[in-house]
Design a binder for this molecule. Structure first.
Ligand SMILES: Cc1cc2nc3c(=O)[nH]c(=O)nc-3n(C[C@H](O)[C@H](O)[C@H](O)COP(=O)(O)OP(=O)(O)OC[C@H]3O[C@@H](n4cnc5c(N)ncnc54)[C@H](O)[C@@H]3O)c2cc1C
Length: 418
């Protein structure tokens, strides 16, 4: 946030600052230093890098920030969760923030719906930093339309036998555990019949078909197209009730909308700060670029809208804290669409005002610009967020006393009486 953090309580501001300091001094050092962050963009990550990252984040209570400490979580709230994600996007990269974010929303689903077995064997070790995790929603034939997923899980004795393909799955080759929505009954398009399986990464029949190393940004996660070919998963690895996962998924997405937009904003704030420093120093026609209105008004506009985006995100996080994971769908969708569109615009404009040097790797701005691009469709495309907002706006704002019969016939009276 550029201006005063008046929307945050003092202890929340202190949490943000302390988290940034821990990330700088304890996490993104040594093996995970700035060179490592740059190497991710060249797809030069190692399995050990991600295991070390999970371990360090677990040590500092940054995994499952909103889960009680007795389950190895951070013992904080949703507001601290989004602040942590903002800090990781700012101090590290959004792919680091993504790995952590998985523990935030998957963690809540396991905590709220998982059996004792799931909590002891998966949630608690995950939050202690013992697991690298992946979430495998997207399929070749279903992305934004999750209910159309076709990966099937058929009960056979004590196991489910899983068949199907998932793509764009970050961390798939490194994951100790994958969180996988599957269809256990019904057919494509049904919201009933979906279940969530927790799948061990070394399960026989789970294979990488193709890594997505060539993609636009967001590199270094080993994102892959994967296949389940008669993979056997114990029935006790179902989270919650079989067939009831639609609600778990939509509740989880309410939080994921906030974490994704917040960490993209954190990364873009970094790009904006670099652009401010650069344009203050760079002289064109013997005057600082920051003296040109065409430059400084862009900085003013983006700073203003960045604070507005944080405010929207903070409001939505407070709703989840106050009323639970199934609340604040519209406010979360507002925060995601506004935040993710803006994050990309900030990084892109930072490049514009810096000129050609921004296209090189001398500054991280071009990487941030490519990284945050994905936020506009990841975890729910902007257009889907707009659909949610329009639906909930029409449902909540319409005035039943408005007399539709008079529309077009206003000579006969006033439709709007109040
Ligand atoms: C960098 C990156 C990382 C990712 N990581 C993961 C991961 O770890 N796990 C995982 O499961 N998935 C992951 N994904 C997948 C991501 O969540 C999907 O790309 C996203 O859900 C969109 O699905 P799709 O690509 O199939 O697009 P589609 O569903 O085919 O949609 C394409 C476009 O159509 C438009 N559209 C879609 N629906 C609507 C609608 N209802 N109204 C109006 N317009 C609409 C939007 O513009 C959308 O971008 C990742 C993707 C990227 C790029």
């Amino acid at each position: 946030m550029i201006g005063e953090r008046s929307l945050l309580e003092d202890d929340e501001t202190a949490y943000l600052e302390a988290t940034k300091r821990v990330l700088r001094e304890e996490v993104f050092t040594g093996q995970l230093d700035r060179d490592h962050i740059e190497s991710l963009d060249r797809n030069e990550e190692t399995e050990d890098d991600w295991a070390t990252y999970a371990e360090r984040m677990g040590e500092h209570d940054l995994l499952g920030v909103s889960i009680p400490t007795e389950h190895n979580g951070g013992g904080e709230g949703i507001i601290e969760t989004v602040l942590a994600e903002q800090a990781i996007g700012y101090e590290g990269s959004i792919v680091h923030a993504c790995q952590t974010s998985l523990t935030q929303h998957i963690g809540r689903t396991m905590y709220e719906h998982g059996s004792d077995y799931i909590v002891e064997n998966y949630l608690e070790p995950m939050l202690a930093g013992e697991f690298v995790v992946a979430q495998a929603f997207t399929e070749p034939g279903s992305g934004t339309d999750i209910a159309n997923l076709e990966t099937s899980a058929e009960r056979d004795g004590a196991d489910y036998v899983v068949n199907g393909e998932k793509r764009f799955i970050d961390f798939a080759p490194y994951a100790d555990v994958l969180f996988v929505p599957v269809r256990t009954s019904g057919s494509a398009g049904d919201r009933d019949g979906l279940s969530i399986l927790v799948v061990d990464g070394d399960t026989d029949g789970l294979d990488v078909l193709e890594p997505h190393t060539d993609w636009h940004g967001f590199r270094g996660t080993g994102a892959s197209w994967i296949e389940f070919d008669d993979a056997r998963v114990p029935a006790e690895n179902v989270v919650g009730e079989p067939g009831e996962a639609w609600t778990y998924i939509t509740n989880e997405l309410n939080l994921e909308h906030l974490t994704i937009s917040r960490y993209c904003l954190g990364a873009s704030e970094r790009a904006l700060e670099i652009a401010i420093d650069y344009t203050a120093e760079r002289e064109v026609n013997d005057q600082s670029l920051s003296r040109y209105q065409g430059v400084n008004h862009k900085i003013a506009d983006l700073s203003t809208r960045l604070d507005a985006a944080y405010a929207l995100n903070t409001r939505a996080a407070r709703i989840l804290d106050d009323r639970g994971m199934d609340a604040g769908r519209m406010e979360g969708a507002m925060a995601k669409q506004f935040g993710n569109e803006l994050a990309h615009e900030i990084a892109d404009t930072a490049m514009q005002v810096m000129g050609g040097i921004s296209t090189t790797t001398k500054y991280p701005v071009e990487r941030i610009q490519r990284d945050v691009r994905a936020g506009r469709y990841m975890g729910g495309a902007t257009e889907v967020m707009q659909s949610i907002v329009q639906h909930d706006v029409y449902a909540s704002v319409r005035d039943e006393t408005f007399d539709g019969d008079l529309v077009g016939n206003e000579l006969e009276g006033k439709p709007w009486r109040t």
